[in-house]
Design a protein around this ligand. Structure first.
Ligand SMILES: NC(=O)c1ccc[n+]([C@@H]2O[C@H](COP(=O)([O-])OP(=O)(O)OC[C@H]3O[C@@H](n4cnc5c(N)ncnc54)[C@H](O)[C@@H]3O)[C@@H](O)[C@H]2O)c1
Length: 450
């Protein structure tokens, strides 16, 4: 099948590479000409494990091609997939300008019948707006070309995106006619072979399914962070609580880790946008608003821990930060908890020595020119002379630090484990004080702090 994908970011590229891997003939389009040139040279503009190889293989097989021409993309295929960004706006709503701009372009260039598939995460009702926008442009041209619009939200998670795309739990499709259903079945047949993963429903339910999945996961995280804050106050350990409740199959172990708050492009946008949509329909989504508020507060937690430790005076302190991306396995720093922490530290007069195995390039875009921010190639170099080391993103290379090496290099032996992954009793043997999230801080000799 010939498929065009408009927008070659995390979702567009993974989908394009995955569909080409399954034997489809895919054209990936992007307005960013530099990005297209880079892709044509065989370089991926994003870091995603396994993506480079998959792009290279399928480009060589001639099944994956890149273009900056919208006209070419719209007419290449029987299915045109929209995978452009939908970032949050000031008022919490999703910015649909890119999606609607693509819809207008489709209306301007469409020459033959096609199925337009909205893969971007969008508020309920967006597919209707996409359909209206395309029709308006066709009417302007005085042409009458048949087209349908389907919703097909993406559930991949950065860091494990290839695996998630190639092996989906489910493939949600919101369709308005049988032909669209048939085409989507054909497109995803290689991904649905073992057992039927396709779930067809009406378009609005499909749109709402995606936001609901993100909102549910974000809610689990915020609830756990809320309980972690209670645990700190009552002298309990959130790690014991986590394992205690995770063993209940109705709850499960996923997404119940306390930490520095969720980030990325998906959860924050979905929670805000869903609440915003509810508001447009006269309904106040109180729980969603609380999820967002708890998360915003939690993003200040690591800074508070440092402030408390250093007597509310961080001026002149040097803080090492391990992990900058919003989660391991990606270089994506959108709404990453590290950003808020680093901004707060720099504003308080501290300097920041950071390390991340993949997000250095993105970090330089965010912090370039900010006095006091430095990026290091080696995690231990980042810890040199530091007053404290904070673990923000739990990349595997940080899980078992060489505490002796850290003790030699750091000025003060203060650790803040923002992900509750360090073996704190080991760190204490090397003389560290170790703070964590939702757990009593420990130091030598082991003392419980209120
Ligand atoms: N990143 C994720 O983990 C993830 C997972 C599921 C769903 N989503 C959703 O998928 C959508 C895309 O997310 P992403 O992370 O891939 O975004 P991204 O920012 O990585 O990529 C978007 C791409 O679209 C391009 N673009 C913007 N306007 C365009 C236009 N008019 N024509 C052609 N190209 C255009 C941009 O240049 C960019 O390369 C969003 O709605 C997001 O919420 C993302």
């Amino acid at each position: 099948m010939k498929i065009s994908i408009i927008g070659s970011g995390y979702v567009g590229l993974v989908s394009g590479a995955g569909l080409a891997e399954a034997g489809h003939n895919v054209l990936c389009m992007d307005v960013d000409e530099n990005r297209v040139e880079q892709l044509r040279r065989g370089q991926s503009p994003i870091y995603e494990p396994g993506l480079d190889e998959m792009l290279a293989n399928n480009t060589q097989r001639g099944l994956l091609v890149f273009t900056a021409s919208m006209r070419e993309a719209v007419n290449h295929a029987e299915a045109v997939m929209i995978a452009v960004g939908t970032p949050p706006q000031e008022d919490g709503s999703a910015d649909l300008s890119h999606v609607l701009a693509v819809a207008r372009d489709i209306g301007d260039y469409l020459e033959k019948p096609a199925l337009v598939i909205v893969k971007s995460t969008v508020p309920v009702g967006t597919c209707d707006r996409v359909r209206a926008e395309i029709q308006r442009q066709l009417d302007k041209r005085g042409t009458d070309i048949g087209f349908s619009v389907a919703s097909n939200p993406e559930f991949l998670a950065e860091g494990v995106a290839i695996k998630a795309f190639m092996n989906p739990d489910r493939i949600i499709c919101g369709v308005e006619d049988d032909e669209s259903k048939q085409l989507l079945r054909e497109m995803y047949a290689p991904f649905s072979h073992k057992h039927d993963k396709m779930m067809f429903m009406d378009v609005r339910s499909s749109e709402l399914t995606k936001y609901s999945a993100n909102a549910m996961l974000a809610t689990k995280i915020s609830l756990m962070n809320e309980i972690a804050n209670i645990a700190e106050r009552v002298g309990a350990d959130i790690e014991n609580v986590r394992q205690g409740i995770g063993s209940d199959p109705r709850i499960g172990y996923s997404f119940i880790y306390a930490g520095p708050g969720y980030g990325g492009s998906c959860f924050p946008t979905a929670v805000r946008a869903l609440s915003h949509t509810a508001g447009e329909y006269g309904f106040e989504a109180e729980l969603l608003n609380a999820v967002e508020e708890v998360n915003n507060r939690q993003k200040t937690r690591l800074f508070q821990v440092l402030q408390t430790h250093f007597g509310n005076d961080l001026a002149g302190r040097s803080i090492a930060v391990w992990g900058l991306s919003f989660k391991p396995g990606t270089d994506d720093m959108r709404e990453a908890p590290s950003t808020m922490l680093i901004e707060a530290l720099l504003d308080a007069g501290a300097s920041v020595q950071a390390h991340d195995p993949e997000a250095g390039g993105e970090a330089l875009k965010v912090f370039r020119g900010r006095e006091g921010f430095s990026l290091h190639d080696d995690p231990y170099a980042a810890a040199n002379g530091a007053d404290a080391l904070v673990l923000v993103t739990e990349w595997k290379l940080y899980w078992v630090p060489d505490y002796a090496k850290l003790a030699e290099r750091m000025k003060h032996k203060v650790l803040v484990d923002g992900r509750n992954v360090w073996q704190r009793d080991l760190s204490v043997k090397h003389g560290f004080t170790c703070h964590a999230i939702g757990r009593p801080s420990i130091s030598t000799p082991m003392v419980k702090q209120p």
